[in-house]
Ligand binder design. Structure first.
Ligand code: PCA
Length: 217
């Protein structure tokens, strides 16, 4: 069997934080010995509109991955949240790391309003729960750089690389970040465990589970 390549990205710190658990978990996972018929390629993305998509596209072109999973921090969330939908809208409440603050601009002009993830998000959540890791499907990745990258990824795959599977996962603060904030957190090693589960489910599960993950509001 041919070895699959999985491109896993995390973000640099932003918003005055010293760390970003998305990147810390990605490098922790990459440092562990791997079992299974796939290789991981990791990349840190800048928390900057446009430059993040440019870096992602370059890595996809260089490594020709079979699966691309982008990961970002969502402070305030209490579990791992695979994202279901990317919207074609940037509306930044705070500036990015280069001082850009787009308000109500499309990620890609004249492109669809939204894309659904290519990852089996319900199977991911089921496997995470089985592993004792808090998780739920999310229906919004926000309107900042994470959604921007998620939309940019899904647009690239839809228009140029339909055989590549891709999606986005938000993760909670690390305990160190949450200190003094009254916010939930997850140890980075648990977040790394979760990313391992999601990578494997994305390689193994071709059709997502038909179980409800809907919300009423
Ligand atoms: N989280 C931000 C951008 C980078 C990150 O890790 C977001 O949710 O948009």
């Amino acid at each position: 069997m041919e070895t699959s390549t999985v491109l896993l990205t995390g973000f640099e710190p932003f918003g005055g934080e010293r760390t970003n658990p998305s990147w810390d978990a990605v490098i922790e996972l990459a440092a562990r010995p791997r079992t299974g018929d796939h290789q991981l390629v990791v990349l840190q993305l800048p928390c900057v509109f446009d430059a993040s998509i440019t870096a992602l596209r370059a890595a996809v072109a260089e490594h020709a991955p079979d699966v691309v999973i982008c990961v970002g921090q969502a402070g305030g969330r209490d579990g791992i949240t695979p994202e279901r939908i990317a919207v074609n809208l940037s509306d930044a409440r705070v500036p990015d790391n280069a001082g850009n603050q787009p308000i109500d601009v499309p990620v890609v002009p004249d492109a669809p309003a939204a894309y659904f993830t290519g990852l089996p998000v319900k199977a991911c959540v089921a496997r995470l729960e089985e592993a004792g890791i808090p998780a739920s499907v999310s229906h919004t990745a926000g309107t900042f750089v994470c959604n921007h990258v998620f939309y940019g990824l899904m647009h690239l795959l839809a228009t140029e690389l339909p055989h590549v599977r891709g999606g986005f996962v938000h993760v909670p603060f690390s305990p160190e970040q949450a200190e003094g904030k009254d916010a939930p957190s997850l140890p980075v090693s648990t977040t790394a465990d979760a990313l391992d589960v999601i990578v494997r489910a994305s390689l193994e599960v071709s059709t997502d589970l038909a179980v409800s993950a809907g919300t009423l509001s």
